[in-house]
Ligand binder design. Sequence first.
Ligand code: CDV
Length: 308
Amino acid sequence: MARCLTIAVAQTGPIQRSATRAETVGRLVHLLEQSAAAGAEITVFPEMALTTFFPRWRIDDQAEIDAFFESAMPGPETQRLYDAAARLKIGFALGYCEFAREDGRTRHFNTMDLVGPDGRFIGRYRKMHVPGSAEPEEGTTTHLERRYFEPGNLGFPVFDYRGVRVGMAICNDRRWPETYRMFCLNGAEVAVLGYNTPLLLDEAPALAHLRMFHNHLPMQAGAYQNTLWVAAAAKAGLEDGQALIGGSCIIAPTGEIAAQAISLGDEVIVHRADLDLIATCRKVNFDFALYRRPDQYRLISEPVGSHV
Ligand code: CDV
């Protein structure tokens, strides 16, 4: 019998700034219930799934900024989601803004947690590739993630989820080949990720028609070249005046899109992922142990130079 993991991707529609955490968590619980009813064993939620994507604004008041962050997971407002996981026996990956106390100081990370079907914490990933700037820049869409977040410091860990090796990534990470290669080298079978991607970028209006292509292209390539399943959840639709793309999807190690959301709202897509397909794809082309030439790739991990 094939080894399988039935994966649900729970795309959310916009989460307006005016929404309370209780309202938002209620929507996530409903999506988790839909996933469980469809037979899924894990649900993937978007990046920053508890709040609006606030880096689209410059905010100076630290208390106002901190209101977007969670200082405990689960906390009083998110506990309900963990309880639902245990009740429904379905785990999840959830993106949120993490307020941490580490090295004697407060730190802010763009984070995703993996939670088991018993509602217990399994593992954490902190976004590595933090895009945008710290100050608004003339002629570009305001994207101030580097104002509010430090780059992740936990590497690209891979966790055991019911006997399946799962890695996590967040939004811009999906565009980088290194993300998937790190998963692959760490033995991942499934990569789960969430994103908030603006439909329009002021800096490149001529590329507007390619936004969805450039969403799927790196994920399909990453899945294919690293023989992984990729499950990606968007926060989509018109959020606080900014249009975000949808296109949430589940991608096979063949590079094919096995399931894709068709709306810009709350929507669950489900696919029974055949994990044995990974071995088949490795046999066809990617016997890494036999054909990879790591000694010839050293430049990839050398310090960033003027040429890159
Ligand atoms: N949340 C993100 O990381 N969004 C980026 C934007 C800046 C383009 C993305 O890669 O989709």
